[in-house]
Design a protein around this ligand. Structure first.
Ligand code: AP5
Length: 215
């Protein structure tokens, strides 16, 4: 399954929930790229120059992190792709990558949502430094103030691309480069749309229903 949606639409939140429920592998290109940046690898250094300003990394860089991750993983795994593909070239490359492994796209789920709601979500977001659990200053605070619900850590940080100006760039790029790939899946009968403004659990339920249909 592919999750397609603008920044802040809930792709990561839903992928994390569905990973546990479905036993599928959550593959987030944003997370993999941030790991490369943290490791100060050559790929990470290239990626940082794009990500810090909210631009997409070059297609070949995004494709490489996906292929490397799949090559290291279980060949029989089901995947939830979060944030890949984001361009027409990446969509075509994904078909090739999956085809080589005897796999195919089951569903492309578009999480749609108004830009104003997204800005509010992204400007309040923070995450646990230790385990990566995501929070929001209004919508999802830790149960005990300043303590991660999942691992007990007291260290949190804010993503470097969650600054207001960078958020606007990311939204603009979504509309310009990523939204145009939706017909690529719609024309093949693979696209389904989910209202991302519903509650987190209602969005999860909708996606689960869609996946039950795929079998
Ligand atoms: P990436 O990490 O993928 O970021 P993104 O697409 O901008 O998406 P986000 O992670 O910001 O949002 P999300 O949709 O996952 O929402 P979330 O669940 O966190 O990519 C970062 C960068 O990496 C890109 O800008 C690009 O530079 C590069 N990159 C990555 N992939 C690439 C590719 N394929 N090609 C080229 N470059 C690539 O939720 C947001 C907030 O809202 C959270 O606080 C959450 O708690 C809250 N929330 C979620 N759902 C709900 C709900 N239903 N109700 C209320 N609050 C909610």
């Amino acid at each position: 399954m592919i999750l397609i949606g603008p920044p802040g639409s809930g792709k990561g939140t839903q992928a994390q929930r569905l990973e546990q429920k479905l036993g599928a592998v959550h593959l987030s290109t944003g997370e993999l790229l941030r790991d490369e940046i943290a490791a100060e690898s050559p790929l990470g250094k290239t990626a940082a120059t794009y990500m810090n300003t909210g631009r997409l990394v070059p297609d070949q860089v995004a494709v490489k992190v996906v292929v490397d991750h799949m090559d290291r993983g279980d060949p029989d795994a089901d995947y939830i792709l979060d944030g890949f593909p984001r361009t027409r070239i990446q969509a075509e490359e994904l078909d090739r990558i999956l085809g080589e492994r005897g796999l195919e796209v089951g569903k492309a789920v578009e999480i749609y949502i108004e830009d104003d709601v997204l800005k509010e979500r992204l400007t309040g977001r923070f995450a646990c430094v230790k385990c990566g659990e995501g929070y929001h200053k209004f919508f999802k605070r830790p149960e005990i103030e300043d303590v991660c619900d999942k691992c007990g850590s007291m260290e949190f940080d804010v993503r470097s691309d969650d600054m207001e100006e960078t958020i606007l760039t990311r939204l603009g790029i979504y509309h310009l480069e990523t939204a145009p790939i939706l017909p690529y899946y719609e024309n093949r009968g693979l696209l389904v749309k989910v209202d991302g403004e519903k509650s987190v659990s209602d969005v999860t339920k909708e996606i689960e229903l869609i996946l039950a249909d795929v079998g």
